[in-house]
Design a protein around this ligand. Sequence first.
Ligand code: SF4
Length: 190
Amino acid sequence: MYTWDELETMLHQCSRCALSQSRNLPVMGRGSHKASIMLVAEAPGAQEDQQGLPFVGPAGRVLDILLASANLTRQDVYITNIIKCHPPGNRDPKPEEQNACMPFLRCETALLRPPVIVCLGRIAAQKLIDPHFKIMRQHGTWVERKGYWMTAVYHPSFILRDPSRLEETKKDFQSVIRKLQEIEDSKYPL
Ligand code: SF4
């Protein structure tokens, strides 16, 4: 098992896919290394590529609003992406890029062992929950996989384009807190 520092060093040296040629900075996950909630989006955007940090642009401000609606801050969660390098033109990550980068996400998950994983958007949900996941119909639903409780919510960038989705996504975030409480209660049934 690698340490967090070793993982970040390997990330900066990574050339497992062609995005290593076009990226400015790879974007390692950020947040608490003791978090019970891991948020996983699809890929860094252009501003993230410049700063090497996840969710620093307008979508990051939406994410902060969603976290606040569940009484959470970035220090309470760990935020990462399926792929760690920005795809040019903000295109969707290709399957081969996702596959090449998955070992980093697996290592982050193994280090964190979060009881709850929240996919931000369709692409993360289709990679981690179900290849046929329909985000419009299935957001806010829960499945258990290998001891992790997983759900998906709309990506903050989608909410920027359609602000009418904000309130239902706040409810989905609030359900994350309820799920954590259920998990905690199930450990102590009496
Ligand atoms: S996207 Fe992932 S696999 Fe591809 S170069 Fe970046 S860190 Fe490596």
